[in-house]
Design a protein around this ligand. Structure first.
Ligand SMILES: Nc1ncnc2c1ncn2[C@@H]1O[C@H](COP(=O)(O)OP(=O)(O)O)[C@@H](O)[C@H]1O
Ligand SMILES: [Mg+2]
Length: 309
């Protein structure tokens, strides 16, 4: 097996003037051809980590190597091999879609003819055929997002960084993008994806690093992460109000409010009948009880004691 295509080692970043580090010694490797997910709540450090990997942010510690090149020593070589679709749209809205694509390719030294052909091919692939002449100003959010990815692919990068590509998209646009991402992987592109959408991470990613407060708290395949829940043991209880006295006697209990009800995730090996009994005798009113299935969200709460979003 060949080595990693990206190596992030003990990466640290403290922004000037910030009291705390945004990234506190994160390490992981990305294998060629995989979809690697960085999953974590807002402020976890995902965009900062991508920033360093893509030469936009200067690290304050550790190192990052992309396709054999150190991002701080050889940023130009790194930029030729990668593409970034940033979290915030940065298309030139005064230009047409086609111009956005061809200007990008010109920057990478493609001939006029290659640029035109490649742009037409990508507009087709991203469902934008016939819309190349439209000004981006008139594009919907979903179309603009697709155009950003098309633009990123113009110079045939080996590694594509997608920073929350589906946040804010409607369900159809999201599904369309998932298909595109899977097609890119099938074509051999290595992809790093950040998201706070657990369904998305589980569906697309070969491996996932969960980050929180600038630290990596888990790294595994989706299946491996689900197994971090102790033997899948645990329950989610919805009660009409917090159970008086709590349920800590039955295991570790994490409680939050869902609407006007109380949700408790109970990690332990109690039996369902005993859980129901304990709620009743404490004077609580049980609305529902389900066994935790070991979704990524259940895992996250187990690891951090709180919601992913
Ligand atoms: N340019 C910046 N200057 C100062 N602090 C920043 C900057 N960018 C991000 N941060 C801070 O760094 C932390 C991580 O942010 P970010 O990497 O954007 O997280 P995520 O992408 O996971 O939401 C946050 O506390 C954020 O406020
Ligand atoms: Mg971000």
């Amino acid at each position: 097996m060949s080595g990693p295509i990206v190596t992030v080692a003990e990466l640290r970043k403290r922004y000037a003037g910030a009291p705390d580090e945004a990234v506190k010694g994160i390490s992981f490797e990305i294998h060629p051809g995989e979809i690697f997910g960085l999953l974590g709540p807002n402020g976890a450090g995902k965009t900062t980590t991508i920033g360093v990997m893509t030469t936009r942010v200067v690290a304050t510690g550790g190192s990052v190597t992309v396709d054999g090149f150190d991002v701080s020593k050889d940023p130009t070589a790194v930029k030729q091999r990668i593409a970034v679709v940033p979290q915030r749209p940065n298309l030139d809205r005064s230009l047409t879609a086609l111009e956005n694509l061809t200007f990008h390719a010109a920057y990478f030294g493609f001939s006029r003819r290659e640029r035109k052909e490649r742009a037409e091919e990508l507009l087709r692939a991203f469902g934008l055929e016939g819309r190349g002449g439209d000004r981006v100003d008139f594009y919907s959010g979903g179309m603009a997002q697709r155009l950003m990815i098309a633009r990123a692919l113009m110079h045939r990068p080996r590694i594509l960084f997608l920073d929350e590509p589906t946040t804010g998209l409607d369900p159809q646009a999201r599904l369309f993008l998932w298909d595109q991402i899977e097609a890119l992987k099938a074509g051999g592109t290595t992809i790093l994806l950040t998201t706070h959408d657990m369904v998305e991470a589980e569906r697309l990613c070969d491996r996932i690093a969960i980050v929180d407060h600038g630290e990596r708290i888990a790294l595994d395949t989706p299946r491996g992460l689900r197994q971090l829940l102790p033997s899948g043991e645990g329950f989610e209880l919805i009660t009409e109000a917090p159970v008086p006295g709590g349920l800590d006697a039955l295991g570790r209990a994490e409680t939050d409010e869902v609407g006007d009800r109380t949700r408790t995730r109970l990690f332990g090996d109690a039996q369902p009948a005993a859980v129901a009994q304990a709620v009743e005798s404490a004077g609580g009113t049980l609305v529902s009880l389900r066994r935790l299935e070991g979704t990524l969200e259940d895992v996250f709460v187990h690891l951090t004691g709180r919601e992913l979003r």
